[in-house]
Design a protein around this ligand. Structure first.
Ligand code: GLC
Length: 530
């Protein structure tokens, strides 16, 4: 049995490589840039990083349209740069996870350029093809996540191919055994280069219904995002057979020394559908991202329901994972906190003290907000394709703010960053490092507390009574976390000890005798009996 649980006890950090640090002055972040900033991650106390796609891609969907699974995007560097990053990170005790995109390829991947040559092409069956419906239209009612039908007619061969995202991202056919073998060797290729594991893109979606049955209509009790879509995607994705593939990958990951880690983008919006991705006997994903949590409001009741739902349902040995920001959903400082730093600090305290692995998104440690950008000129194709400006993902993919200087410490003073900065003066690493009261120091101190207190990393979760709008829980026997998610004062009773860390750092070390009063959006970690 694998025993190294670094991914369970540690804190992970998601990096959007184009936006973290630019080493060569072209305005685009790259792997050498990340390498040069490892000091920041080590200082912060990060155990592992997940890099958004690093493989060659025409960038129709910014790396999620892979054209070669065995290399590095030239904008980001070379395989040697990747090796150098993995080695330099390892020296600091930081593991590197890459993003694996097995649901689809770019239409410029060699498999697809072959597949469209004819119905008998060598790689035709690597993709999902179907004849037109009797009226000549798409084979079924499946909808693309990026708007419109999920089917694209390929006129020269008279069949439709499936695209759950862009038409230039044809879905792979996971019923094809050779394709399964190809991915085994892709995993092995990267594991052999020292990659600690993968975050697996839309991993719940890869296997489609073999009979291509229509998805049923959403019903009133479905999650609002499913109702917005109009369909329950139970045939176009979320098939039971996906678990065979995940078990296969898990066996492959476990066969490596040290065992590699699988983290899934399991975009399902009810907990009962999420749990199976951990497997029946700890034999599928190590961590399955929880989108009900991401899409909750920063509200004690809503978040508590999700967390306690996981606590009740998770099988023995399985471990939750929590995040408040990512490159699709936006940044917590904006989405959850609406720009109010008190709320962002409280959210960060929550992430770093819940029972589960926290994933921070680069900039979360500064409470970096989304950057308002015009959806009409977005580089992200989604707002245009869907006609929904709120789906613009550029605002949460903008460059990291290292300093207030021109170039932001991200690139040179005269380079034009691929996406604009936000307000560099208002929020940057250098200024926050110099300020012990900053969000950056709060995050670092919370991570350090978690690291030196096994109860906070791996202790049990026990709900405690708290007034409406507040949420309190005990970790192990030694710590209580109490958060106020409202704008009014609340009092949490029955607590005795000392404040280990408060979002208002002036309260650190205060004695707690019987009750703790929390001002608007305040949070405290109390060490019991201390
Ligand atoms: C995932 C990624 C997203 C991408 C999509 C298609 O949801 O997180 O950024 O656009 O997959 O690959």
């Amino acid at each position: 049995m694998p025993t190294d649980n670094w991914w369970r006890d540690g804190v992970l950090y998601q990096i959007y490589p184009r936006s973290f640090a630019d080493s060569d002055g072209d305005g685009i972040g790259d792997l050498r840039g990340i390498l040069a900033r490892l000091d920041h991650l080590e200082w912060l106390g990060i155990d592992g990083i997940w890099l958004n796609p690093t493989m060659p891609s025409p960038n129709d969907d910014w790396g999620y349209d892979v054209s070669d699974f065995h290399s590095v995007h030239p904008d980001l560097g070379t395989l040697e740069d990747c090796d150098a990053l993995v080695a330099a990170a390892a020296e600091r005790g930081i593991r590197v996870l890459l993003d694996l995109v097995p649901n689809h390829t770019s239409d410029r991947h060699a498999w697809f350029t072959d597949a469209i040559r004819g119905r008998d092409a060598r790689y035709r069956d690597y993709y999902v093809w179907a004849d037109p419906a009797p009226d000549g239209g798409p084979p079924n009612n499946w909808l693309s996540n990026f708007g419109g039908s999920a089917w694209q007619l390929h006129e020269p061969t008279g069949q439709y191919y499936l695209n759950n995202f862009l038409p230039s991202q044809p879905d792979l056919n996971w019923w094809n055994d050779e394709l399964r073998d190809e991915f085994d060797s892709i995993l092995r290729f990267w594991f052999a280069r020292g990659i600690a594991g993968f975050r697996i893109d839309v991993c719940h979606a890869i296997v489609k219904d073999r009979e291509l049955r229509d998805d049923p209509a959403a019903t009133p009790d479905d999650h609002p995002l499913i109702r917005k879509k109009g369909h329950k995607q139970v045939f176009s994705m979320n098939r039971p057979e996906v678990h065979d593939v995940l078990r296969r990958w898990r066996a492959l990951a476990d066969a490596h020394d040290p065992p590699r880690v699988l983290v899934g983008e399991t975009y399902v919006l009810d907990l009962d559908s999420l749990i199976p991705y951990y497997g029946l006997g700890d034999d599928e994903l190590h961590l399955a991202f929880n989108f009900l949590f991401v899409h909750s409001e920063l509200d004690a009741e809503q978040l508590r329901r999700v967390v306690e739902g996981m606590e009740e349902r998770l099988p023995e040995g399985a471990w939750p994972v929590y995040t408040g920001s990512n490159h699709d959903a936006g940044r917590l400082a904006t989405r959850w906190a609406a720009g109010d730093e008190r709320r962002a600090r409280m959210a960060l305290m929550m992430l770093l003290t819940l029972r589960g692995t926290p994933f921070l998104y680069y900039g979360d440690e500064l409470a970096l907000p989304d950057v308002p950008l015009d959806p009409d000129t977005a580089l992200d194709p989604v707002p245009r394709r869907t006609g929904d400006p709120s789906r613009n993902r550029d605002p949460c993919r903008t460059p990291m703010h290292w300093t207030a200087e021109p170039g932001g410490g991200f690139t040179t003073a005269d380079a034009r960053p691929w996406l604009p900065f936000g307000d560099l003066d208002a929020c940057n690493v250098a200024a926050q490092r110099a300020d012990p009261g900053s969000t950056l120091h709060l995050v670092r101190d919370l991570i350090a507390l978690r690291r030196r207190s096994p109860e906070l990393a791996s202790g049990s979760y026990a709900a405690l009574p708290a007034p409406a709008g507040a949420w309190a829980w005990r970790r192990g026997e030694r710590f209580v976390v109490a958060l106020n998610t409202t704008g009014a004062d609340v009092v949490v009773d029955d607590l005795g000890g000392r404040v280990a860390i408060a979002t208002d750092r002036a309260r650190d070390g205060d004695a707690v005798a019987g009750a703790v009063r929390l001002g608007p959006y305040e949070g405290v970690v109390v060490e019991l009996g201390a």
